[in-house]
Design a protein around this ligand. Structure first.
Ligand code: ATR
Length: 275
């Protein structure tokens, strides 16, 4: 059987758990001819990369920052999910065509559904690129959503784009919602670590969802644990979007809890906030 190669492109790529997830999946399902690699790729190399992708018939690609939008002109078509969100995180073949899709919406939705929470409304903090999947997912789930952002214009335009509510950043503590979602980089490893956008003056929430997964236990999730509130980690979203990529590429399903346990083991974390 011929070998098949997959991988992730991004810049700077830094450490990514995607090879751990996909190579674990290939081994678990007895697919030793498949290999997932990491390819740091500067923006100016994107055209050359796509040429190589076609020439070498690379089987599939995960696409991350800053290529999620700029890759679109180089591929042959978009799935409805990628068109809606205007960004691609997965390349796959359909016959002789290279198509782009986006598994982030499903990635956000799956852990929320499996948590079985009774949610009517959500407040989403942040309106950058990372907020899009959360906002689209919540809208599709019929959860009444308000978006707020430090820079007002960005939140206002996201709200207009999706037909959802908008709230000025200074007024976010007045919003009542069941779910609080963090899509800002506050709490992320690096210069923003230790930060949290959840302030004491905010109204109480039933549950929280942080899309950050590095570190898994952000200050935002620690606050939820201290208040005994159900919480979902960005690691759950990461695993769900990855398993959907795996399904698209191989047609095979991997068990979500086993994948989460595997990555928890690599990160040496026993209690992953997954409700
Ligand atoms: P992107 O997701 O577009 O790459 P980002 O730098 O990761 O952008 O930031 C995501 C969102 O978090 C942005 O909407 C950003 O607000 P601005 O539009 O005002 O920059 C928000 N954000 C970043 N740092 C923040 C902070 N310290 N406090 C509050 N919000 C912040």
């Amino acid at each position: 059987m011929n070998g098949q190669i997959y991988g992730i492109i991004g810049h700077p790529l830094g450490h990514t758990l995607s090879p751990d997830l996909h190579n674990w999946g290939f081994a678990r399902l007895g697919l030793p001819h498949k290999l997932y690699c990491r390819w740091p790729l500067p923006p100016e190399e994107i055209a050359l990369f796509l040429k190589s992708f076609r020439l070498l018939e690379i089987s599939g690609i995960s696409v991350t920052i800053p290529h999620k939008e700029t890759i679109i002109p180089y591929i042959d078509g978009l799935s409805p999910q990628a068109s809606r969100i205007g960004a691609v995180n997965t390349l796959y073949w359909s016959g002789d065509k290279v198509l782009g899709t986006n598994t982030d919406i499903k990635g956000f939705t799956t852990p929320l559904l499996s948590a079985g929470l009774d949610l009517d409304s959500a407040l989403v903090l942040g309106a950058g690129g990372a907020s899009k999947a959360a906002l689209y997912a919540l809208k599709e789930m019929g959860i009444r959503t308000t978006v707020t952002n430090r820079g007002e214009e960005k939140a206002q335009s996201r709200a207009n784009e999706l037909g959802i509510d908008f709230c000025a950043w200074e007024k976010r503590h007045k919003v009542t919602a069941d779910l609080l979602v963090n899509t800002t980089p506050l709490g992320m490893q690096g210069e923003k670590s230790g930060g949290s956008p959840w302030e004491k003056s905010m109204r109480p929430f039933k549950a929280v969802y942080d899309i950050i997964y590095n570190p898994v236990w952000t200050p935002f999730l620690q606050q939820a644990a201290e208040e005994n509130k159900p919480a979902i980690s960005g690691l759950c979203m990461f695993v769900s979007q990855g398993l959907e990529q795996f399904r698209i590429w191989t047609g095979l399903e991997l068990d979500y809890n086993s994948a989460l346990d595997h990555l928890g083991g690599i990160l040496d974390i026993q209690n992953i906030p997954a409700c």
